[in-house]
Structures are given as C-alpha cells and as structure tokens.
Ligand binder design. Structure first.
Ligand code: DSN
Length: 420
C-alpha cells in the first residue's frame, strides 16, 4: 500500500500550491526537457518520496540511532545501502547526503582539513562549483588548483593533471564534471593520484546511471571515494550518496553524520532504495544504451545545422554545443529555445571568451527524452527544430511555430509519473 496523498487532497487543502504544481506538470509534459542533469523519475520513486517516512527523525545509522521508533526506517536505509553497494560493486555506501553539493562537502570533510590542497577540473572547462569555486565553501576552505582540457582535443589533459599534481602535491584529486561530454579515464587519474599520495575522489553525478548500466567505465577501484547525485542519468529522487572503500568507510560516515548533517530524509532514502532496484533491472541497461544512442544521433544532426560540438561529439548523455560559431551567445539561444518549448541551459565552453552569464555554448542532454521513449528519429527532428530557432533568433513568430510542432511531437510520448 502506498501512503501518498492523492493530488485532489492537496488541491482541497491548498489550491495555490496545487495550481503551481499543476502548471509545472504541464510544462514538464509539453516541453522538450533537454537539461542534461534532469530526468523523469518513476511513479514508484515518487510514491516513496511522498510517503509518511517524511514524519520520522532518525539521526545516526541503522541500529545506532539517537531516536526511538527507528526499526522500520532502519529497514529502508539498509535496503538502500545494500542495493547501491551491489549496483556499483562498492565496499561501503552512505545514502544520507541530501544533495550532490552536500555529498562533496562531506567527502572533503572526511579527507581534508581547512587549508589543504586539492585539484579539480577547471570550472570553465566543465568542473562543478563544489570543485573549488572561490565563493563556494570548497574554494573558501580548501586550496583548489586545477587541471583543464586540451585546447585542441577539448578532452581532459591527463598529462597536465599529472604535472599540476606533482607541482602542488594535492591531498585530494577530484575527477568529474558538470559539463564534460567524454568518458573519464578513472584508471589513469587513479595512477596519478597514487603517484603523489593523493586520494582520488570521483564525482560521478552526471554519469552514475551509465556506470550502473555498464555503459561507462566505473570509478570503483581507482577512486577510494566516490560521490554522486541520484536524479540525473540514474533517474532516482533528487538526492545523493557516497561510496567508498572499506578504509574510508568510518571517516565518510562520520563526515556525513554528525559532521555535516543531522536527520536523514528517510522518505528520500526510500526513493533512492526504489531507484537503485530499478537501475539494477535489465531494462535500465537498455535505457542507458538508448540515452547514448540518442546523444550521438543528436550530435550528428546538430552538426548538420552548422553547430560545433565541443570535443567533436559525445560518449555520454551530454553534448556541449558551441553556438558562437553561428555568431550567437548561449544566453540568447537558451532564451529563444525556451520560447520554442525546448529547455536547455547556457554553458561556458572551454577557453570561452564570454562571461559565464552569457557564454558561447549550450549544454544539452538526452536522459529525460529517452525516458519518454524518444529515439534517434525524434533526435533528428529536434535538431531541425533547434536549427530553425537559431536561423532567426529574434523571430518570435517562428519560435511560436516551433513551439506548436514541439507540442505535436511530445503528445506521442507520455511522461512517467506526470499524468495528463
Ligand atoms: N546543477 C547540476 C547540473 O546541472 O549539472 C550540477 O549540480
């Protein structure tokens, strides 16, 4: 039995919030959701997250709580831990972090002291703000140096990573990104980390679903500590987890609780447990394969629209598209595509000369549309629609015409968990 409140109960209790949720449901149904970090989670995950487990405090860990009445939430957390360990073949898992940023903070807290040196991917080359942005706690409390992508290939320059590591002797090397379309060489990064006595920390948030499905090499092994969100390619609830080897297990657990958080969100941990089981099913492997097929089809078709793909293409769910080659900015393209019902985000491209609020690129991903059941044929149609918007970036009539065609296209692909 699922203990979620039916939507009509919410509407009866609070018509304002219900109406806003209803409008958002319409947006999710009627637009092409192409933000690379977003997805549509399953009705089962939604039911778990909307369950009565939100009522329970459970500070501590299963069997070692600071509150009574935790028998059943212990069961839920133990299920989540066992499932995510099995999914990734990890020795240890902590499923309590509420978000990717919090998981990263906890991992740093476990591995470093304030003032210690870390090494991460240059933010303008795809690194995440928790990988050392000056105004983020990662950049304020730790001394982050950076490695980048090669100017020609636009792929991570592991020789440069090794050279900077020898120079700055970091305690932690972070590998992972928010806007990098190629596979990571976790084995090489692990060798570099070991050569300077650093710990490799892999932030696999974007590609966790591809790794779970065997469609990207795993960081388990090369990286003793791994952080991830659960809601991107992994298609779970909006949340996170940390994996580690046995040697780092105690430090990670103490860094999450009591180090950086209090009560775990047991309803979301239940949603994670459901998602981890879904990701272990054979259908999820097929889903991950289709995500990448779709990204490649979209990449080819966008090149046909006169756009340049950073690094020449993609190995994953994500494309970084240089719109500057068509004399456009990421900001203008994001706005025009939004008007046409196509949701993407502006993004800096490596060595971008424009500000991060303007940019020369957009980031596009295929996880959400693949969940809707779209395939390479639809990707080619979408590339043409994008091309039409870009042909006249200021023509609102043309954008409205594209929006109508987007409406026709999405009508054939219902969204799981978002009823009509
Ligand atoms: N905001 C996420 C993304 O879009 O990649 C990362 O935190």
């Amino acid at each position: 039995m699922v203990q979620t409140a039916p939507p009509d109960l919410l509407a009866a209790a609070d018509e304002d919030v219900a109406a806003a949720i209803g409008r958002e449901a319409g947006r999710q149904r009627e637009s092409l959701e192409m933000i690379a970090s977003e997805n549509y989670t399953s009705p089962a995950v939604l039911a778990a997250v909307g369950s009565i487990l939100t009522n329970k405090y459970a500070e501590g860990y299963p069997g070692r709580r600071y509150y009574g009445g935790c028998d059943f939430v212990d069961e839920v957390e133990e299920l989540a831990i066992a499932r995510v360990k099995a999914l990734f073949g990890a020795e240890h898992a902590n499923v309590q972090p509420h978000s990717g940023s919090q998981a990263n903070l906890a991992a740093y807290f476990a591995l470093m002291n304030p003032g210690d040196i870390a090494l991460g991917l240059e933010l303008n080359h795809g690194g995440h703000l928790t990988h050392g942005l000056k105004v983020n706690v990662s950049g304020k409390w730790f001394n982050f140096a950076s490695y980048g992508v090669d100017r020609e290939t636009e792929r991570i320059d592991y020789d440069a990573m090794a050279a900077v590591a020898r120079e700055v002797r970091p305690k932690v090397i972070v590998i992972g990104a928010t806007a990098y379309p190629r596979q990571y060489d976790f084995a090489r990064a692990g060798e570099i980390a070991r050569s300077v006595d650093a710990v490799l920390m892999a932030d696999m948030a974007h590609i966790a679903g591809l790794i779970a499905a065997g469609q990207h090499p795993t960081p388990v092994g090369p990286a003793p500590v791994i952080t991830s969100t659960t809601h991107k390619t992994l298609r779970g609830p909006r949340s996170a987890f940390i994996l580690s080897d046995a040697d780092h297990a105690r430090a990670i657990d103490r860094a999450v609780f009591p180090g950086t958080s209090g009560g775990p969100h047991m309803h979301v941990i239940a949603g994670k447990a459901v998602a981890f089981r879904e990701a272990a099913a054979p259908q999820f492997r097929d889903y991950a394969i289709r995500i990448i097929e779709n990204a490649r089809a979209l990449a080819d078709a966008l090149q046909g629209e006169g756009l340049r793909l950073v690094s020449g293409g993609t190995d994953t769910h994500l494309l970084l598209v240089d719109v500057g080659v068509r004399g456009l900015t990421g900001k203008a393209v994001e706005g025009a595509l939004d008007a046409a019902g196509i949701t993407v985000n502006k993004n800096t491209i490596p060595y971008d000369e424009r500000r991060p609020t303007v940019t020369s690129g957009i980031r596009i991903g295929t996880p959400a549309l693949t969940t809707r059941g779209m395939g390479p044929d639809e990707m080619r149609v979408i590339a043409r629609l994008i091309g039409r918007v870009l042909d006249d970036i200021d023509d609102e009539t043309a954008h409205a015409a594209v929006r109508a065609e987007v409406g026709d296209l999405v009508a054939g692909f219902p969204v799981p968990g978002v009823p009509d």
